[in-house]
Write a protein that binds this ligand. Structure first.
Ligand code: NAP
Length: 298
């Protein structure tokens, strides 16, 4: 057997699982195909994780990885493609290899949802971004827009208001979905202009983005001059690669309850990738520990 436990995904759930499993003396592999840290690494500020008054998402995930690494967890940058049950052991086939193990924890998280308009793909990397922490500094002193009304969009607009000359916050309704504290704060910042009850119809610019066309509920269109558009309209799971052996719900989330057990014995789903009501940092960490302790007991 190559490993006791293979964990797919190095976000909060996966790294927490690895810390618990390594501390239980297990030989652990984490497979990650994008960036270490997952979604939270792109969050400007975390203020609701117990024990930290305030910490950047990047620093939070760096600390988690440091902790896992110090415990001897192995991390491979490789994409898991298929999980097979061979009775006594499982195999995880990846883009570059194959690993046998006693248990698998899927902690693939979620990916950025796209707006879904044609122009979005055209301006991706040419003004359209999905991460204010990663790309905000490119727009220093310029005018940008953020679209969305959840925690990610509102936090990002607040962060960008400190870097950019002006920030438009475009939202399809007139109330925000984010925490109350954030919606109060965003309304009080002088260089943030709210564009409510409005949807983005098109993007314009020669080679790179220069304007955003929005339409309000009355059907009136308006052109907003902006060099950047940060699309923060929620997240979607990407578990389809496991769908032939692991059961997913109609939205693509892995069907698993609070015990993190999937339809396949010895395979667990932890964090945002599974069916659950609350997707938060705290619940991802909680799932990581639940799944790891169950996997350690196999
Ligand atoms: P979210 O809470 O799902 O919000 C997505 C927003 O995008 C909503 O306002 C939604 O509008 C809007 N939207 C969705 N599809 C759209 C479309 N096609 N066009 C225009 N607007 C669209 O997503 P999120 O802000 O990424 O947050 C995801 C989860 O992570 C949440 O549970 C959040 O609390 C959590 N989070 C936590 C922290 C933290 O703890 N520090 C930070 C960031 C995020 P409607 O409101 O009209 O549906």
């Amino acid at each position: 057997m190559d490993y006791d436990i293979v964990i797919i995904g190095a976000g909060t759930a996966g790294l927490t699982a690895s810390i618990y499993a390594a501390r239980a003396g297990k030989k652990v592999l984490i497979l990650e195909n994008e960036g270490i840290g997952g979604q939270i690494a792109t969050s400007p500020k975390v203020e609701n994780y117990p024990g930290f008054l305030e910490i950047s998402g990047m620093e939070f995930s760096d600390k988690l990885y440091e902790q896992a690494d110090a415990l001897g967890v192995t991390l491979e940058l490789d994409k898991a493609e298929k999980i097979t049950d061979n009775g006594e052991y499982k195999t995880v086939k990846t883009e570059y290899g194959e690993y046998s193990c006693k248990a698998v924890i899927i902690a693939t998280g979620v990916k950025h949802r796209h707006l879904g308009i044609d122009a979005e793909e055209r301006y991706m990397g040419r003004g359209v971004s999905y991460c204010a922490v990663c790309d905000g500094a490119f727009y220093k002193g310029q005018t940008v827009a953020v679209v969305g009304g959840g925690n990610s969009a509102v936090q990002s607009a607040i962060m960008l208001s400190n870097i950019c000359e002006k920030v438009y916050l475009i939202h399809r309704r007139d109330t925000f979905r984010c925490e109350n504290k954030l919606s109060e704060e965003v309304k009080s910042i002088s260089n943030i202009e709210l564009v409510l009850d409005s949807v983005i119809k098109d993007l314009e610019g020669e080679g790179k983005l220069s304007a955003i066309i929005v339409e309000n509920k009355a059907g009136e269109t308006k052109k907003i001059e902006a060099a950047g558009l940060f699309v923060l309209v929620g997240q979607i799971p990407e578990n389809s690669t496991f769908a032939d052996t692991i059961s997913l719900d109609e939205s693509g989330y892995i069907i698993a309850g609070e015990d993190c057990k999937t339809n396949m014995d010895g395979v667990f789903a932890a964090g945002d990738c599974r069916t659950k009501a609350i997707r938060q940092l705290t619940t991802a960490a909680s799932d990581g520990s639940v799944a790891a302790l169950a996997a350690c007991n196999l």
